[in-house]
Design a protein around this ligand. Structure first.
Ligand code: SF4
Length: 513
């Protein structure tokens, strides 16, 4: 049983209030927590009779933007002494801020800060996302499972294989149906897997009719126990186009084996332009356009994401009338350059493998050198719902309009997000850009993710923001908030910019909506 599942079992939200227990109301579970203990999610605890957020509030220091050294203004574990010793620009993230729940409460922190003459407000809260999931990109040519196949964690269905992308296999995991629409075990396994993936921890996933994959954000995938090293340079056809000139004069024919588009240089447009002679080769597969073949094999873990281990199995009879002759040389190579072999036709026009010639080694190495490292990418996707938006403004639809109108800049733990066009606030963020351990969960089950909205103060007031709750960064650093937790101040990642002032300045000149 997972750690998360154990907590589900041991926690009883319906437990009666007894004298030494106090109620946490930061989510619908409403745990009664004994002194010295934490609630079901471990995020809140009872410390000497008060509900305390157990992780520190994270305030990022953007000193790097000004070229100054990044000096944490509060080291891990230290208490803030009230001195503003670092002159870098700060950003109050929602990590450790606490949750806007129930709906009537303003967000835990509404922070004002003047930046280069622009008066800005950042509204921060840890959002509870029942509607959320992750999109996983796995850089590999290998076939990990058919499209729409079920993806499982701990034996439970938590998502599916979705359409593959260029050099990568894609998974869509989580979502409200797996979190809340199936059995209790399915919801727990989904929540557990999403939480670990979002916090950049490894998760083992099994795909029905496919492979077992260990996925960890920012790390190479491990497919059926084998670590992937490279993603392909391109499809077979693109590889032919990129390297045709390198092979000219060194070999009579080149086949780049690929599950999607296998390329043949003598027939390919690139070969024709360079004056490549016909070789009488025959590829077993569906010809798309000259020198480009689909479905040369079933998908699998072999050459170029096919199921084959012997590349000759995709070749038919050689045709002497169309250029085949004894001694004709043939290079076969995969799309990553990891597999390659060299052949010459014998007197019966059968390819016979020969020692790999030095003259071709450079071109094969060039394919490998042009391959990027294979990685797993995990994007958290979630929709900002009612209670979250109500914590920002009394009229939640105004926030949606402001975000869609680019007047409000959204971040997750200080990391930039992509907001989907159309209705609502559906956002995606690369979890490796979010500070470690930023994601949590509640056993409803749902994920908890930090979210910040930054906009001009005048815009905030106009859209019905909670003006009376606005505080300064210095005040928050010194006094904290409702949940009594300490503050910590790590340096912001250099790749995560401060909310772009140019955008917010422009927003102000358009008038607020
Ligand atoms: S699960 Fe966590 S947030 Fe929800 S009531 Fe319990 S301690 Fe509070």
């Amino acid at each position: 049983m997972s750690e998360l599942a154990e907590r589900f079992e041991t926690h009883d939200p319906g437990e009666k209030l007894v004298a030494e227990k106090i109620r946490c109301d930061a989510c619908p579970v409403m745990c009664y927590i004994a002194d010295g203990r934490t609630g079901a999610c471990d995020r809140y605890g009872n410390v000497a009779g008060r509900i305390v957020r157990m992780d520190p509030l994270t305030i990022l220091d953007h000193a790097a933007e000004t070229g100054a050294a990044m000096v944490p203004f509060v080291a891990e574990g230290e208490q803030w002494d009230g001195e503003l010793i670092n002159t870098g620009r700060r950003f109050v993230t929602a990590i450790g801020a606490g949750t806007t729940y129930p709906d009537y409460k303003p967000a835990p922190f509404i922070v004002s800060q003047e930046v280069e003459g622009v008066d800005l407000v950042t509204v921060v809260t840890e959002g509870i996302f029942s509607y959320c999931g992750v999109k996983v990109k796995i850089d590999t040519d290998r076939h990990i499972g058919p499209e729409t196949a079920i993806v499982r964690a701990e034996g439970e269905a938590i998502g599916h294989v979705t359409t593959g992308e260029y050099g990568s296999q894609m998974l869509s995991l989580g979502g409200v149906h797996h979190l809340t629409g199936g059995s209790k075990a399915e919801g727990r396994a989904t929540c557990d897997a999403l939480l670990n993936l979002c916090n950049s921890k490894p998760v083992e996933l099994t795909i029905d009719g496919g492979a077992t994959v260990i996925v960890q954000a920012g790390k190479p995938p491990v497919i059926d126990g084998k670590q992937e090293h490279r993603m392909r340079v391109g499809c077979g056809s693109a590889t032919i186009g990129m390297f045709a000139t390198q092979w000219r004069g060194l070999v009579d024919e080149v086949v780049v084996v690929d599950d999607h588009i296998t390329g043949v240089v003598s027939e390919h447009q690139a070969g024709k332009v360079l004056g490549w002679q016909d070789t009488g080769i025959k590829i077993v597969g569906r010809r798309s356009t000259p020198g480009r073949y689909f479905k040369v094999s079933e998908p699998g873990l072999g050459w170029g994401g096919t199921s084959i281990s012997d590349p000759l199995s995709i070749l038919g009879e050689w045709n002497a009338k169309k250029g085949a002759r004894p001694g004709l040389s043939l290079l076969m190579v995969s799309t990553t350059g990891e597999q390659f072999a060299y052949y010459e036709l014998d007197d019966d026009l059968k390819p016979v493998e020969q020692p790999f010639p030095e003259r071709l080694r450079k071109s094969v190495n060039l394919i490998e050198d042009n391959c990027e490292p294979a990685l797993c990418t995990v994007l958290f996707i979630g929709g900002a719902g009612g209670s979250l938006r109500a914590g920002v403004t009394e009229n939640p639809v105004n926030l949606t309009r402001s975000v869609q109108g680019l007047k409000t800049y959204v971040t997750v733990g200080g990391a930039p997000v992509y907001v989907w066009p159309g209705g609502g606030i559906t956002l995606m963020v690369d979890v490796t850009r979010v500070p470690p351990g930023a994601f949590g969960y509640v056993p409803t089950p749902a994920l908890v993710a930090p979210i910040e909205f930054t906009l001009r103060r005048d815009d905030y007031v106009r859209l019905g923001g909670h003006e009376a709750e606005i505080r300064s960064v210095a005040d928050i650093v010194a006094k904290g908030g409702e949940y009594l937790n300490p503050r910590r101040g790590p340096g912001a990642a250099a790749s995560n910019p401060w909310p772009p002032l140019a955008q917010l300045r422009r927003a102000g000149s358009d008038g607020a909506g």
